[in-house]
Write a protein that binds this ligand. Structure first.
Ligand SMILES: Cc1ncc(C[n+]2csc(CCOP(=O)(O)OP(=O)(O)O)c2C)c(N)n1
Ligand SMILES: [Mg+2]
Length: 395
């Protein structure tokens, strides 16, 4: 991280402090940069905070359970989100129901908030679905598919946001396909999540150009978790990532990604501006991938000594818990929240082991929404091929 800020002067001055409301010990100590976002928190009450805490501990317990399931051979792969729950919960809770969210592959807390069940996520990593959360609704809760092709979701998101813009113009009686002048209120926005490494992909950069050109109702969220597998962020960018977005003409800020209050306040402001015709924004959330990249990775082979331990001190759950204690919330709440999270994780374990394997032929079911002769032909071939293995088959 320290390499990043030393590049600031190359670009005409030091970077401002990241936006944060909570310091690392959980005390309410807003940075100077947070002041203009403080009113976004005025409607958030203690019950909301309790819900955010439950979101975080539930996600962590689920995540830990899935890592175990993978090690026991029950999931093909697991992609942990440990350490990133703070920004995910703040941003997930900042979105309105009508907003659309395009995730990468480790936004489990956001999925939970949008009503995607943990079992549905685990089923995908067990290879029980061909993608999507629900056969009849692949974008359950307006939460779109997990995307492993880095950056593809930025294109999908910008296309979706462009559609939101054109729909709004159509509702207002303008049927041209021209996105026209900026400033159209859409009433809904699109938020897309990706990582520091993905910010180097052509797709992500093209998506920003289109977003800026057409002033799409969109919020780009880069979770800068320090690493793209074994490549550190300092290798990916000679400048802090949020500064890249400024070059595309997007309003762009850097937040403390382990502070859910900062994520919520900035997310809420940027989403509202996007919905009301203010165009796209970009949020760089500084966080850390505490676990391995996936269960197929061994971070001890490339991380410098001490880095993990330093970030564990900034754990978003511990920090938020410390904050809630300053507000008078006591042990009973935290214990109950953790116990419920454990019960939920156990329900995922029990549930995943009893889910039926899919019929192999179901891969043809959702290629197109309507019947298609090519697909029918392939399905028939596949059925013949499958039956050739049955006993007594002449083939
Ligand atoms: C187009 C493409 N290139 C390469 C990969 C292999 N790959 C998977 S994850 C990853 C690193 C992504 O890092 P980052 O964007 O920082 O996200 P993080 O995993 O840290 O959340 C790479 C290179 C891929 N999935 N897709
Ligand atoms: Mg990363």
């Amino acid at each position: 991280m320290s390499e990043q800020t030393t590049y600031g002067p190359l670009h005409g001055g030091a970077d401002p402090e990241p936006i944060r409301f909570l310091d690392e010990a959980g005390a309410y100590a807003p940075s100077a940069t947070a002041a203009e976002f403080a009113d976004e928190l005025s409607a958030v009450g203690i019950d909301d905070f309790k819900q955010w805490y439950r979101d975080m501990v539930s996600t962590r317990a689920f995540d830990t359970e899935c890592a175990h399931l993978q090690r026991q051979g029950q999931l093909a792969l697991w992609v942990p989100s440990v350490g990133q729950e703070g920004c995910q919960v703040g941003l997930g809770r900042a979105a309105e129901a009508q907003d659309h969210i395009f995730p990468a592959y480790r936004e489990h807390a956001v999925a939970l908030i949008r009503g995607v069940g943990f079992l549905q996520i685990a089923a995908q990593f067990r290879g029980l679905t061909h993608g999507g959360w629900d056969v009849t609704d692949p974008a359950h809760g307006n939460f779109h598919l997990y995307t492993l092709v880095l950056g593809a979701q930025t294109q999908h998101a910008t296309g979706n946001a462009l559609g939101q813009l054109l729909d709004a113009k159509r509702r207002a009686g303008d049927t041209s396909m021209d996105a026209g002048e900026p400033g159209t209120a859409t009433g809904e926005a699109t938020m897309v999540f990706y990582g520091d490494g993905t910010s180097s992909q052509g797709d992500a950069n093209e998506a920003m150009i289109f977003a800026a050109s057409y002033q799409t109702p969109e919020v780009f969220v880069v979770q800068n978790n320090g690493w793209a597998i074994s490549v550190p962020v300092a290798r990916q960018s000679r400048t802090p990532l949020y500064r890249r977005a400024l070059g595309f003409g997007l309003r762009s800020v850097q937040i403390d990604g382990n502070d859910p209050l900062a994520a919520y306040a900035v997310g809420r402001r940027f989403l509202r501006e996007a919905r009301t015709g203010g165009g796209p924004g970009y949020i760089e959330a500084l966080t850390y991938r505490v676990g391995a990249h996936t269960t197929a990775d061994d971070p001890t082979r490339y991380r410098p000594a001490g880095e993990l331990e330093a970030w564990q001190q900034r754990d978003p759950i511990a920090r938020f818990e410390a904050h809630l204690r300053t507000l008078g919330i006591d042990d009973a709440f935290f214990e109950e929240a953790r116990e419920e999270a454990e019960r939920e994780a156990k329900r995922v374990r029990d549930g995943i082991l009893s889910l039926p394997a899919p019929q192999p032929g179901s891969m043809f079911d959702h290629v197109y929404s309507e019947p298609h002769p090519r697909i029918d032909e392939q399905r028939e071939w596949f059925e013949r091929y499958e039956s050739s293995f049955s006993e007594g088959s002449a083939e």
